[in-house]
Design a protein around this ligand. Sequence first.
Ligand SMILES: Cc1ncc(COP(=O)(O)O)c(C=O)c1O
Length: 398
Amino acid sequence: MMVYKPDKNGLQVNTSQGYKNVEDFLRGREQPLYLYSQHDVKSRIEAYKGAFSRPIDMRFALKANSNRTLLKEMMSEAIGADVVSIGEVERALEVGVRPDDIVFSGVGKTKAEIQRAIEVGVGQINVESLPELERVIATAKFLNKETRVGLRLNPDVSVSTHPYITTGLKENKFGMDISHLPGAISLLRTAIGLVQCHGLAAHIGSQILDISPMVQTAKWLRKIFEDLRGEGWALQTLDLGGGLGIDYQDENHDSDFVRLKEYGSQVSEVLSGLEARVLVEPGRFLVARAGALLARVEYVKETPYKTFVILNSGMNHLLRPSLYQASHRIVSVRPRGPTLVRCDIVGPICESSDVFGREKELSLPREGDWLAILDAGAYGYTMANSYNLRPLPDEVVV
Ligand SMILES: Cc1ncc(COP(=O)(O)O)c(C=O)c1O
């Protein structure tokens, strides 16, 4: 089902009380804003849980969206948080996540971050290198506080996504190489009773549309998990990470759910009979569709070569097109008529990469009209910055 639906009365957004006019949320506003449909996020959480034939523990990746209002609603569905900085730990606690339901990943955790995570009792620190494990052990000893770690392993699998968002290849900085596992085990032996080896983790990338490497990774992880258990390590969690993508060109989103079902069923199959808590860390899948970046047209600039629609929002608010060459669907909140014109939709930033869409077909807007850049709820506001000293956009949850 569409979250944002073009209609003769203007663009509509799906809410728990049916479709509402997007213009209703724009009245009196001039500055760009992210609009999120909380209804859509909640139904996706349900769909995600239902896709597996075994219980799973969801840990939403806060890096995709850390809006407080949205997070509070999400957390009422009994999911936890996957975080990668102490800022995200604090945000998770602030919106009511139990410390026990937090998984803390990331390759560069500082001493202060590790200390705070242990003090608040984060459920699992996913360690990504031997020096980091040494740091965690030293901090747990210093605080004399029991700590649970997961070993994030790098499976060296290739996924077809943008090279900037693969994380499971041996040339990526993420996770521990399998050859370091014996070293990790030796370190853990020095801290028995204090630092518990709670589980194994892998996360191989983001915006993954071909699920086979994800399933292959689950299988690979299971084998190592069982081997370690066989050696007497009381592992409890198998953390499969996030990564499930969405087809940004698919208007009605059906393909998302087909892919999710297939993923859930194949992962459930490769993990069948395994007695473990299975953690998943979806980010994009839950929130991307729910969000639209709404921006106003400042100018329509005609040149002998092109028509540029210049917005009051740019790569400073949504980095994905310029960082990953991502292509988002762009629609008018209230189209001016049926005739479509080819234009480049750009921002005000002084960079030629500040382009939301090239050669897009649009009913030609006028100054002051609003456009919606769709599927912008993940890695949108969280990556926004104030380059050129421009203010951050607003966020509104409906
Ligand atoms: C460790 C970890 N878990 C989960 C995610 C969420 O990924 P996605 O938004 O693709 O589901 C990420 C993002 O790359 C991540 O780094």
